[in-house]
Design a protein around this ligand. Sequence first.
Ligand SMILES: [Zn+2]
Length: 202
Amino acid sequence: MTRDALLLGVDVGGTTTAAGAVTREGAVLVEQRVLTHRDGRGRAPETIIELLGSVREQAERRGHAVEAIGVGVPGPVDPTVGRIGEHVPHVPELAGRALAAELAERFGRPAFVDNDVNALALGEWMFGAGRGARSLVVLAPGTGFGAGIVLESRLVRGAAGFGGELGHTPVKFDGPPCWCGGRGCLALYARAAPSARCSARS
Ligand SMILES: [Zn+2]
């Protein structure tokens, strides 16, 4: 007997990458996580593919087919084609990659890629803390400091996908330069693992 088809979801972080096989109702049936750079810097795409393969195998062993793949990455994404932008400071090897097309070809299933915190905001809105709300803001301090905004039941992407990047709001105008081109961004102070430099300055 074939059980319900599942969706594979991957959250690529600057430190850890997590993958799961989930039902359409959001129940996680298989979960696995690895260090994003376990195979060395520059190898994250291969690690993502191996992780997806492993989770798919576990889902299939339980009698589930896999219907589609969704990936959240820590950087700007053109979600219509699943191409990652050029600024991916924590996983730079993903910059410019057409990851959705690569995964669709590799696994023979439709694949979608979006910014990780946009995906998180949609997830919380559909299945989690924001279920039933028309608008919400998700703050996600991790290796960086991401944020996602749902306004009147629509995800706010903004110019160049920066609509929800509250982490790049300047909080100290004469603060240290940030990779985004600004200075003293919230992300430099408020992320989960502040750099030694920031800690030393505070
Ligand atoms: Zn910044």
